[in-house]
Design a protein around this ligand. Structure first.
Ligand code: MG
Length: 388
């Protein structure tokens, strides 16, 4: 029996995770959900509590906490609130694996708490590694915890690397769909709407990551994520636009051979692999039908049109605390864009101003990461006011 905690159970990855739990239980791989957490979706969290019967549930939002507490659920479990609730469950010793499906910077402390308590982490929260890769890997060295990628590209790479020594790897190739604006001209970009940006061609995801996919910042984050997960220099990680999202990523080896992992674009596959790694378990998920496939195409990303990816490359080169600013400024700018307060093309402009203002810190502590993150957000909120 695998005992797990699911953080962010009502979001897109959280719902897919619970679908994976149902699949594994149907296919002879028992999984028990001991703890569950959500931000504010009381309705869905209550239904999940009834179905999965966890020992405790954490809800972030205080009003939602009172709402959830007042409900008379058939399954009685502890109801906890906020960051204190997450820290409380991280310290319990009756589970081994935590699925971190929180959105953005809020996923960082739960990642570090899980490592402190020796829990394995199925990491969907790539921002943890973007802002604190160095710190997380130094913590992992002194811990029993393991980090398993849930991101489809990184799961693909992990699958390609099975049985292969890292010293024979010459290149990781991260594929990207190119997002909804792949065919737009640079001149069309200033007028794109929130609605257009939220229409991802291949994947159904939460709104923050969908915007990150439209700007290609998501791919920039994924380079940083891959660098830490696979301990490889960023210059050996290539981004390749592959609009069909069938090849989830590839690895090139010293003899010139390339391995790719392919499949239907479905997050349940990488989530399940993180659970069962290095084994595989049967699933009832949709299968590839290659006869229906017309073509697989590839392009180079356009760094002039997608300035966020260019900024990510600059930040990777600069290192230190710049990735924290990249992430914090991006989160604030995406939030403002989703609220209709700034234009799509203001996202990279605001991030660039924040990066220009920042003074680099080498090997930042958790405390300074939190400080630099909030500085970056504040900077963007203020700079955005001047745009209006
Ligand atoms: Mg991805």
């Amino acid at each position: 029996m695998k005992n797990i905690a699911v953080l962010g159970s009502t979001g897109s990855i959280g719902k897919n995770t619970l679908e994976v739990v149902r699949n594994l239980n149907r296919n002879g791989y028992p999984v028990s959900v001991k703890y569950i957490s959500a931000n504010s979706n009381v309705e869905l969290l209550a239904a999940q509590i009834e179905e999965f019967k966890p020992k405790a549930a954490v809800i972030f939002n205080e009003a939602s906490f009172n709402d959830l507490k007042s409900r008379s659920l058939d399954h009685k479990c502890e109801i906890l609130c906020g960051q204190a609730g997450i820290n409380e469950i991280a310290s319990r010793d009756d589970f081994e694996l935590v699925v971190n499906a929180l959105v953005g910077f809020s996923g960082l402390i739960p990642t570090t708490e899980a490592i402190k308590h020796g829990k394995d982490i199925a990491l969907a929260n790539k921002e943890s590694l973007v802002v604190a890769g160095e710190l997380i890997y130094s913590m992992l060295r002194g811990s029993e915890a393991h980090l398993l990628p849930v991101d489809s590209e990184h799961s693909a790479i992990l699958q390609c690397l099975q049985g292969e020594p890292m010293k024979q790897v010459t290149k990781l190739i991260l594929t990207a769909s190119g997002g909804p604006f792949r065919k737009f001209t640079k001149e069309e970009m200033p007028n794109v709407t929130v609605e257009q940006a939220l229409k991802h061609p291949n994947w159904v995801m939460g709104s923050k990551i969908t915007i990150d996919s439209a700007t290609l910042m998501n791919k920039g984050f994924e380079i940083i994520e891959a660098k830490w997960l696979f301990n490889i220099e960023a210059e050996n990680i290539e981004v390749l636009i592959h609009p069909q999202s069938i090849i989830h990523s590839m690895v090139e080896f010293s003899d010139g051979s390339v391995k790719a992992q392919l499949g239907v674009p479905d997050m349940k596959v990488p989530i399940q692999y993180a659970f069962t790694y290095p084994e595989r378990v049967r699933s009832d998920f949709p299968r590839m039908d290659f006869k229906q496939l017309k073509n697989l195409t590839f392009e180079e990303p356009d760094l002039e049109k997608f300035e966020c990816l260019k900024l990510a490359y600059d930040v990777i080169k600069a290192g230190g605390s710049y990735p924290i600013v990249l992430n914090g400024a991006n989160e604030a700018a995406v939030e403002l864009f989703l609220k209709g307060k700034i234009r799509f093309i203001d996202i990279p402009a605001l991030i660039k101003s924040a990066l220009d203002k920042h003074e680099n810190h080498v090997s930042p502590s958790l405390e300074s990461i939190v400080g630099i993150d909030s500085w970056s957000r504040k900077f963007v909120y203020e700079a955005a006011l001047e745009l209006a």
